[in-house]
Design a protein around this ligand. Structure first.
Ligand code: GLN
Length: 231
């Protein structure tokens, strides 16, 4: 038997689902694996989520990757996943991470969402108002340093800033404080824009952390799971 404290002992099993509809889910797998190695004592299992049956209570976390929010919502509707997903997310023992198009699925009110009645998103689980393509079209995609606003994140990143990759990204234009915690902002064209936020266990970012070498955001995601997971 290995001595106590050995890194061979995996004291926690974490299961993370990846909504594999479109987007960079392979990059998320790599980033999650890298982050779990940094944690050391975690046995990470990553499972694909494509049907309502995949949304089990075995999942501690779920990543909704970027892509095209309309395509994702059509897929969910066609596969009768909307309600099971909403229910899964509403359980506060679960940690959902919505990135870019995924962030867009979480808002309560949209500024450019004419197809959905009343501008409401189908999930409406974050008390935020989100502008879908805040920074413009695909050609206006960019990389920029973002400012971290949360002390735990700063500690994980070991910096006050992080390289953000924005691809036809949304932004949070209004949010209800302190219910919603601002995790990161971006200075652009003389304005400060909210680009990452958290409400309870729900985490969302407008940028793509899976495309950055630094896996700190995935580490923050896994640590959030560990913080709420019963020992
Ligand atoms: N703004 C895009 C949309 O909502 C999302 C882009 C992305 O996920 N990279 O469809």
């Amino acid at each position: 038997m290995p001595p106590s404290g050995s890194s061979d002992i995996k004291s926690h099993t974490i299961t993370v689902g990846l909504l594999e509809v479109q987007g960079a889910f392979l990059e998320h797998r790599v980033a999650l694996q890298k982050a779990s190695q940094l944690l050391g004592n975690v046995d990470l299992r990553i499972t694909e989520v494509r049907t309502p049956e995949h949304l089990t209570h075995e999942l501690d976390g779920l990543i909704i990757p970027g892509g095209e929010s309309t395509t994702i919502s059509i897929y969910l509707k066609r596969n009768e996943m909307e309600e099971p997903l909403r229910k899964w997310i509403q359980n506060d023992r679960h940690v959902p991470g919505g990135l870019c198009a995924g962030m867009f699925s979480f808002f309560e009110k949209g500024t450019e969402n004419p197809k959905k009645l009343g501008g409401q998103s189908w999930l409406a689980i974050m008390n935020t108002e989100v502008s879908r393509n805040y920074f413009g079209r695909q050609v206006h995609s960019f990389e920029s340093s973002i400012q971290l606003q949360d002390s735990e994140l700063k500690e994980i990143v070991k910096n006050d800033t992080y390289p953000g990759i924005f691809i036809r990204a949304p932004a949070i234009v209004k949010c209800h404080l302190p219910e919603v915690k601002i995790l990161a902002t971006l200075r652009k064209n003389d304005e400060t824009v909210i680009v990452a936020a958290q409400q309870g266990s729900v985490i969302s970012t407008a940028f793509h952390p899976e495309l950055t070498e630094d896996c700190s955001w995935h580490l923050y995601f896994l640590k959030t799971i560990l913080n709420i997971k019963p020992k």
